[in-house]
Design a protein around this ligand. Structure first.
Ligand code: FAD
Length: 594
């Protein structure tokens, strides 16, 4: 049985010491999030996730979801009860608007709790996760009446939400959507069509499911500009706002998948279902993007959350498994061989994963703070700056953290040797479950194109210029901090390399768009390395300030950060070299020669 201990100490270090969130008590909701409140929340959440959610991970993997003949779906044993407890404990609405029953606490706290859910049981976490995304889209783009009608029950968790974009002929290219919306005389629409791979599309955990559906109103312009967004509840609400008549939407089947068996991935059939337009006709993608941005932060988190639990198990195994003697002499003379953690190559895998996980966590918590600042900072300039960072870095969070998180999860499996490949130890499930995070919410390839195609040149390059200027200022402000030199040198170098890549893009991508496409993956990796290097500097600086003989936490943090600089940052050299070769060679091989 795999183990999990929520990394509460690391979370507290980030929230209290590195980000110093107590300095933002002027922001709405932040004053209530005192260090005591945060600590209590984290401790309670840790207990709940370790004791209730984590044991269900294997159950979900083995049982999966079952579709009954009437189209209803049964989730794995224990999921419904755990979900009820999750909601009763308030873990699903931490940062939601108090006007609709949410707790209005800062997003970084919600993110910390979500990390625990995702590490413990990714499939389970997707039910409230998708719901939170749907909640945010209605909150941002719905009418007052829609918000009053749907948000309170979604906030409490009594109703869940879904996102319905994908159809058999369209995944990435949503301009190909065929689902239809026919306007009715009462202002509603009749929605018809088939959606596939809809996560949490049907299940037995909530009284109603609020589907957000992309469809094309008859006569709408072709392509992405003709798509509208609709609320389609599973049960149409009666006059009192309670679930009443069954809507014409049903689950036509469940997918057999590589992982996340505990999450119902549904074919959803809409047969003239009653739908309610959100926002304006043909402007559905705008509202959907709000939801997707939130979801992309959550999916990036899934990447390192999987890597975290996989690492914890690999570490326990490495301390226990005895094989060979250390090359520098016997370390465990009372045993027939040394534990494998003495071997440098095992340490390489563990430290690659650990240094990534801790950097990724810091990056995501920092981003969650930026997300809050983008809405709540009193000064318009600060709101704009934070908004720019989120626009620029959301694709990096999604793609870099899932790409490297999957690598970390795989490395952790490798530490187990053959045991990693056998189901008994649970490592296979972590790898299988984690794999989807590179694909859904827009594949990682599409995230890289978003970065180079949209974000890089937006507002005349203001997003990246502001971000790089902040990094330059940080380096300047801290250049005399004793002990920080190595970390700052690393940051300076990787930021310079990313800048060089940006200039290369400017000179070569516009002239030939294939150069942009060919360079996009490596460019995003460079950005990811820069972002992690920046937060590693912040962590190292705090660790230097707080270092004491009585608490090894800070010294260990500095060693891990040093490892990141020495062993992970050099990946930037390769990415820059590859990027600069452009697209000529890869585009010159004829398709039939592959
Ligand atoms: C388990 C699971 C759960 C899901 N949950 C949901 C959900 O809840 N709601 C929902 O709506 N959808 C959901 N999806 C769908 C998911 O979002 C899509 O699978 C994803 O967006 C990719 O679309 P696709 O599979 O059609 O791949 P395609 O779009 O066919 O892409 C195939 C490959 O081509 C690449 N590619 C495509 N176009 C380009 C381009 N222009 N340039 C470069 N490369 C390109 C892609 O990166 C990818 O590698 C889910 C899928 C799965 C498997």
């Amino acid at each position: 049985m795999p183990v999990y201990t929520a990394p509460v100490r690391d979370m507290q270090f980030l929230i209290h010491d590195v980000l110093q969130t107590q300095n933002y008590s002027n922001l709405p909701g932040f004053a209530d999030a005192t260090p005591d409140v945060i600590d209590a929340f984290l401790e309670e959440s840790a207990k709940f996730h370790q004791n209730v959610v984590h044991p269900l991970n294997v159950v979900g993997d083995k049982e999966g979801c079952i579709r009954n003949d009437d189209g209803s779906v049964k989730t794995p044993t224990g999921f419904k009860d755990a979900y009820n407890q999750f909601c009763e404990n308030g873990f699903g609405n931490i940062s939601m608007d108090p006007e609709y029953g949410g707790q209005g606490l800062p997003l970084y706290l919600a993110i910390a709790v979500t990390e625990m859910t995702s590490s413990c049981n990714q499939a389970f976490g997707m039910y409230p996760g998708l719901s939170a995304g749907a909640w945010r889209a209605i909150h941002a783009a719905g009418s007052d009446e829609q918000k009053q009608t749907y948000l309170p029950k979604m906030t409490s968790g009594e109703w869940t939400g879904t996102m319905n974009l994908t159809e058999p002929q369209c995944g990435t290219d949503l301009g190909l959507i065929r689902s239809k919306a026919e306007p009715q005389s009462d202002g509603t629409y009749k929605i018809s069509g088939q959606k596939i791979w809809i996560s949490a599309g049907e299940h037995d955990m909530a009284d109603n499911i609020i589907h957000l559906v992309l469809a094309r109103i008859e006569g709408a312009p072709e392509g992405i500009k003709g798509i509208s967004l609709f609320i389609v509840p599973k049960f149409i609400l009666d006059a009192d706002g309670n679930p009443g008549e069954r809507n014409a939407v049903s689950c036509g089947g469940l997918e057999e998948k590589m992982g996340i068996h505990g999450n119902a991935t549904c074919v959803m059939n809409y047969d003239g279902a009653t739908g309610y337009l959100i926002g304006e006709e043909h402007k559905g993608m705008r509202a959907m993007f709000i939801m997707m941005n939130e979801a992309r932060l959550g999916v990036g988190l899934q990447g390192y959350a999987a890597s975290e639990i996989a690492y914890q198990n690999a570490l326990a195994f490495a301390k226990d498994r005895l094989q060979s003697r250390s090359v520098t002499g016997v370390k465990a003379p009372d045993k027939p061989a040394d534990p494998i953690i003495v071997h440098p190559d095992v340490r390489r895998m563990l430290l690659d994963t650990k240094a990534f996980n801790e950097g990724a966590r810091a990056f995501v918590y920092w981003a969650a703070l930026q997300e809050e600042l983008s809405h709540k900072a009193p000064d318009e300039k600060d709101r704009q700056k934070a908004d720019d960072y989120m626009a620029l870095l959301t694709p990096v969070i999604k793609a870099y953290l899932t790409h490297k998180g999957y690598q970390g999860t795989n490395d952790a499996l490798q530490v187990f040797g053959g045991s990693g490949f056998c189901e008994e130890w649970g490592m296979s499930q972590f790898v299988r479950d984690c794999r989807i995070s590179l694909i859904y919410e827009g594949t990682n390839g599409i995230q890289a194109l978003d970065l180079v195609g949209r974000k890089l040149m937006a507002e005349g390059g203001r997003y990246w210029q502001t971000y790089f200027a902040e990094i330059d200022q940080y380096i300047e402000d801290n250049k005399n901090v004793e002990g920080l030199e190595l970390y700052l040198e690393g940051l300076k170098k990787v930021k310079g390399q990313t800048m060089e890549a940006t200039q290369w893009m400017g000179a070569n991508a516009m002239a030939n768009f294939d150069n942009a496409g060919a360079a996009s993956h490596d460019y995003l990796q460079l950005f990811g390395l820069t972002a992690l290097s920046y937060v590693w500097c912040m962590m190292a600086k705090t660790a230097l300030e707080k270092k004491s003989d009585s608490d090894p936490f800070y010294e260990n943090k500095l060693i891990t950060g040093k490892y990141f600089v020495e062993r992970i940052l050099p990946e930037a050299d390769t990415h820059l070299t590859k990027l600069k070769t452009g697209g000529d060679t890869m585009m010159s091989l004829p398709a039939e020669a592959f």
